[in-house]
Write a protein that binds this ligand. Structure first.
Ligand SMILES: C[S@@+](CC[C@H](N)C(=O)[O-])C[C@H]1O[C@@H](n2cnc3c(N)ncnc32)[C@H](O)[C@@H]1O
Length: 232
């Protein structure tokens, strides 16, 4: 079975059940790296989508702070049911990142993807990237947090007890910036466990929150065409 289907059917609910107490604890967003990066960069988003948003805990905090709109895209039915009760102002959509049932426009000026790409099925990674690109407004930002290994690696996802599910660790910001359609505006390293903003940490404790900006053709240098060139 494809990894996206495994999460949609059961594993997303299982992750939510393992983490629900922590997520819903008083002050759980106080040291949230994504919210701190938003502060550091002086961003004031108006319309935010979060992929793998769980029960919308971060979006709700962000909506309170910035008075923005928030849409949570999440495969866990349980997380969504919990979020609808706790955060009625958040809009919830049940889906994985690869096929998001939202029409565009309207676009979002900020898309958050925090610790999600590492579970996306490899056959769905580029589709997921394309969906995020589709949702994002021109000049909009992506905040992308994930593990920060020196080279791409996969680790067995031990919660299922079978050798068919993986956590894929790599620099996902590079997937966007390699297209030349995104510029990497900021990279902030945090410790995975204690969530300290520190530069002197190495993988596996090092995680990274990246800020990417969607750019247009200004990222291409205009080159003059030789007189006899066909133009293709
Ligand atoms: C490690 S949790 C992180 C939750 C939250 N983003 C955070 O920062 O705490 C990963 C989240 O992504 C969801 N998820 C798993 N596979 C996904 C996929 N293919 N597309 C979108 N979300 C996915 C899970 O259900 C879970 O809520």
């Amino acid at each position: 079975m494809m990894q996206d289907d495994i999460f949609h059917e059961s594993e997303a609910d299982n992750w939510f059940l393992r983490n629900v107490d922590y997520l819903n604890a008083e002050g759980s967003t106080a040291d949230d790296p994504v919210l701190r990066v938003l502060d550091c960069c002086g961003m004031h988003p108006a319309n935010v989508a979060e992929i793998g948003a769980c029960n919308g805990f971060r979006l709700a905090a962000l909506m309170k702070r910035y008075g923005c709109c928030g849409t949570a895209i999440e495969p866990s039915a349980m997380a969504i049911a919990d979020g609808r009760k706790r955060y009625p102002d958040v809009t919830f959509v049940r889906s994985t990142a690869a096929a998001i049932p939202l029409e565009t426009p309207p676009f979002y000026d900020l898309v958050i993807v925090n610790f999600v790409f590492h579970w996306v099925d490899r056959s769905m990674l580029l589709r997921s990237v394309a969906e995020i690109d589709r949702l994002l407004a021109p000049d909009g930002h992506i905040i992308l947090g994930d593990f920060a290994p020196a080279y791409p690696q996969r680790v067995e996802y031990h919660h299922r007890g079978e050798r068919d599910t993986w956590t894929y660790k790599q620099d996902y910001a590079a997937v966007f910036s390699a297209s030349n359609l995104y510029s990497l505006e900021a990279v902030l390293p945090f410790t995975h466990d204690s969530r300290e903003l520190r530069t002197d940490i190495a993988f596996p404790d090092r995680i990274q929150v990246n800020v990417l900006r969607k750019r247009g053709q200004e990222r291409y240098v205009p080159a003059s065409r030789p007189p006899d060139a066909s133009g293709s």
